[in-house]
Design a protein around this ligand. Structure first.
Ligand SMILES: *[C@@H]1O[C@H](CO)[C@@H](O)[C@H](O)[C@H]1NC(C)=O
Ligand SMILES: *[C@@H]1O[C@H](CO)[C@@H](O)[C@H](O)[C@H]1NC(C)=O
Ligand SMILES: *[C@@H]1O[C@H](CO)[C@@H](O)[C@H](O)[C@H]1NC(C)=O
Ligand SMILES: *[C@@H]1O[C@H](CO)[C@@H](O)[C@H](O)[C@H]1NC(C)=O
Ligand SMILES: *[C@@H]1O[C@H](CO)[C@@H](O)[C@H](O)[C@H]1NC(C)=O
Ligand SMILES: *[C@@H]1O[C@H](CO)[C@@H](O)[C@H](O)[C@H]1NC(C)=O
Length: 457
């Protein structure tokens, strides 16, 4: 009887192991991702988490020196940028001169409006050089048209211009991450080898950097709408908080990442965190109408800024900048890797789900901050800092950077994490002596750098 019981257990265990290894193989491939996944979800293999818990994880709640550990970590994130500021300062005089000379008016065409929505794009000539931006396809043969921007969603190879001026840059543009293209839309991108000259996305290593927002913009928006006394504004903001955690979500499960995130929040609630869930996914709860969201968020201490994809390189959306920072709550973040966040967010501004060996510790830490006003305020201190102290200070982005490139201004490449490998042959001032070509868009967007977020491509 007893032996049969053991045999049944062994059999069941073997089946479980078989199924889980197949699952791991097809869904994660990368064991790192799997381990991270089990850690955040406390799935059936607690020993696996234990195996890795001695890797660089902080457990702030159980460690007295925590806030210094965290602070050091984020300060490291900005120290490289300080060097860039110095480089920029070194270059700034030359930059100003060249910008003043960049009066030749070039045209940028956006081939199809993204998602059908046209926006007005005015570029400040003193910062970007002279360029006009339009949706006017009729200008595509003009010698002054130096760039044509193709937004991924409307892009079809057979609807691109019939003829092509080789002095024009073709720019591939996406604000969405690999899962939204590959999984939701089935885009392979293999037909675009050697078609584009430049990439323009939220990734820091794009040729043209187009983030949802920058820390400098966030800070300037906050301070320009304030009273002029950031310390007073901060105290006032904190004093009006009367609730703990809010989450507003309307994409309930279109991608695997969106389902993961839904479960993660449920697990946090099960671990004792009071979360006020609102938005399209929770129609029975209190509403959070668009126009009032920031006001609502400002009453909470924490905002869950959870992305709908996991460990997609640099994929950090307006949930963080607009909702959490704009609304004045401390963001608890999940989605991109911690190092991706730290490279772009204000110093010591976020709480990283990935930092915690289990969700209970995270819940305990948030409750601790809820009770300790001094420790909580440390996550808000950046609101009183100067724009120069923010990461990527001085980096121009989006169509402004593109206009600079058309005028032969490439100083923003210095901020590219792969600067020395990719751009050392392109002068900071002057045009590239060889054509610039994206040889495989597919490899660049879906390939090795995206392996944690997209398994098959
Ligand atoms: C806190 O953590 C650091 C490393 O993360 C460790 O060196 C230190 O001994 C810990 N302190 C305590 C009191 O546990
Ligand atoms: C920046 O300044 C240093 C001296 O402080 C100089 O050696 C270097 O050439 C300068 N770099 C540029 C790009 O002007
Ligand atoms: C700007 O233009 C003037 C006049 O053409 C020229 O003398 C000067 O060298 C230019 N400056 C730079 C930095 O290119
Ligand atoms: C651009 O030039 C090509 C080839 O000369 C021509 O077929 C096309 O109609 C032109 N497009 C416009 C918008 O003028
Ligand atoms: C509250 O936080 C501050 C700053 O991190 C810390 O120095 C202090 O010891 C904390 N107080 C308690 C009661 O934990
Ligand atoms: C843009 O890409 C095309 C196609 O690869 C290439 O022929 C052309 O020389 C490139 N243009 C520039 C300005 O680099």
């Amino acid at each position: 009887m007893l032996e049969r019981g053991i045999m049944v257990k062994v059999f069941v265990l073997l089946i479980v192991l078989m199924i889980s290894s197949i699952y791991v193989y097809y869904n994660f491939l990368s064991i790192d991702t799997f381990i991270a996944f089990t850690k955040t979800h406390q799935v059936l293999l607690p020993w696996l988490s234990k195996l890795t818990s001695n890797t660089k994880q902080h457990d702030p709640f159980n460690n007295i020196s925590t806030s210094t550990t965290i602070k050091t970590a984020s300060n490291q994130g900005t120290s490289t940028d300080v060097n860039l500021i110095k480089i920029q300062a070194n270059l700034s005089q030359k930059l100003d001169e060249v910008l003043q000379n960049s009066t030749q008016q070039y045209s940028i065409i956006i081939w199809e409006p993204p998602f059908g929505a046209k926006s007005t794009n005015h570029l400040d000539q003193s910062k970007c050089g002279a360029c006009d931006v339009s949706y006017d396809k009729g200008k595509v043969n003009d010698s002054m048209t130096k760039a044509v921007v193709f937004h991924f969603n409307e892009l079809r190879l057979n609807k691109m211009p019939q003829t092509r001026r080789l002095d024009q840059y073709y720019v591939w543009w996406s604000m969405e991450g690999p899962p939204a293209l590959r999984e939701l839309r089935g885009m392979k991108l293999s037909e675009y080898d050697n078609v584009f000259n430049l990439t323009m996305t939220y990734r820091r290593d794009s040729d043209i950097y187009n983030p949802y927002s920058t820390a400098v913009d966030v800070l300037q928006n906050i301070q320009s709408s304030g009273s002029g006394d950031p310390d007073k504004d901060l105290d006032q903001l904190i004093s009006k908080k009367n609730a703990m955690v809010i989450w507003i979500v309307s994409n309930c499960g279109a991608t695997k990442g969106a389902q993961t995130r839904m479960k993660l929040v449920q697990d946090l609630i099960n671990a004792g965190l009071p979360v006020d869930r609102r938005g399209g996914c929770f129609p029975k709860n209190k509403p959070a109408p668009r126009g009032q969201q920031l006001e609502i968020i400002s009453e909470f201490k924490f905002y869950l800024a959870f992305e709908n994809s996991y460990h997609c390189l640099d994929y950090i959306t307006e949930k963080l900048s607009f909702n959490a920072f704009g609304g004045g709550a401390v963001p608890v973040v999940f989605g991109a890797k911690k190092s991706d966040y730290q490279a772009v967010v204000p110093p010591n501004s976020c709480i990283y789900v990935d930092d915690f060996t289990n969700l209970q510790n995270l819940v305990n830490y948030l409750k601790y901050l809820d009770k300790n006003a001094t420790a909580y305020k440390e996550y808000m201190k950046w609101r009183t800092m100067k724009p120069e102290e923010m990461p990527n200070y001085g980096r121009s982005t989006s169509l402004c950077q593109l206009c600079r490139v058309l005028h032969g201004i490439n100083v923003d490449n210095l901020f590219n994490p792969f600067y020395s490998e990719r751009y050392s042959s392109i002068p900071l001032f002057g045009h590239s002596s060889t054509p610039r070509v994206v040889t495989s868009l597919r490899e660049w967007f879906y390939g090795p750098l995206s392996k944690d977020c997209l398994v098959n491509y």
